[in-house]
Ligand binder design. Sequence first.
Ligand SMILES: *Cc1c(COP(=O)(O)O)cnc(C)c1O
Length: 380
Amino acid sequence: MTDMIPFIDLKAQRTRLNGKIEVAVMKVIDEGRYILGPEVTELEEKLAEFAGIGRALSCANGTDAILIPLMAWGIGPGDAVFVPSFTFAASAEVIVLTGASPVFVDVDPVTYNMSPESLSAAIDMVKADGELTPRAIIAVDLFGQPVDYPAMANIAQAHDLKLVSDCAQGFGNTIDGKSPLHWADALTISFYPAKPLGAYGDAGAVIVKDDDLYATMKSVRVHGEGSERYEYARIGINSRLDTMQAAILLTKLSVFADEIKMRQAVADKYSAKMGNLVKTPKVLDGYQSTWAQYTIEVSDRDEFRADMAEQGVPTAIYYPIPLHMHEPYAGYPVAPGGLPVTEAVAHTVVSLPMHPDMPDGDVEQVCGAVAAYSEKALAE
Ligand SMILES: *Cc1c(COP(=O)(O)O)cnc(C)c1O
């Protein structure tokens, strides 16, 4: 068995940053403003600048980043929020936490993102049923590729729904050079260490265009605080961001645009070498992905993964079981006709190593392993 190459390599990134992170962290320790310190404010400004639109509010993690705008809008019991089932638990969990009901929507077989047709059908179903009030859509930019936001925004407008971009994996992605926030009411980010823009712990942010929404979210972030200290205007949560994480993120944000290009270069090499061997990911014209994952499809996935491991290539599955098939989510409505695409792709997707510092040798090793596997599979 060959030595395993890394699936992601945060150490290589730290080496490339050449001591800058250590300096930034030491500065925070010296200054002693450990929570919501000056670096937090600076990060919020720089995030909005990077997105090119809106105002950013930092928070404790990417899950809270979705929960905070839902709470600010007063979404709760009796409300329906539309969300894909082919996503990480957080996208739907926050809906249940507010007391509202998730309504699971199918995805597109090419992009794995929410299908506008399935979404429209699900909204019509909920309206006809009359039990729940449609309030919001949470679109997830899976693996980093933007959802079809122009279509999502049309549907949201037609039904007077809020549109959230769960951009946990996709911050920095664009459609025709524009951030998803151009179409959405809120864009949410996770800085979990393995995300394309990762902290050295938990962190998150939400970017919005509306000043009133921003003010309400700011209150929700710190226990529903009012205009005076220890005066409370609403029920909130504790989702303050640590200053050290902000300092680390500021350092990484300064090279993030380059890193998206480095990820794109790895994806391009992969696609050129494996395009005729397996089903490689397709990014739509005019769309820029952050390549949080490079996800292919194979029919005999277990065999494929075992064979890759033998050849020193780690793989991962995002996500093996769609959310609506987990016990805590099984009782919630799904779009009319069910979620056939979601249930099919959950059996075939597999993600390959992807990080900006991936050496050519590692890329070659992955492509060589896939080629060797394909030859064997053809011979059988
Ligand atoms: C990672 C992730 C989240 C949650 O982010 P945390 O920072 O782990 O709370 C939410 N949605 C999606 C799609 C994610 O990938």
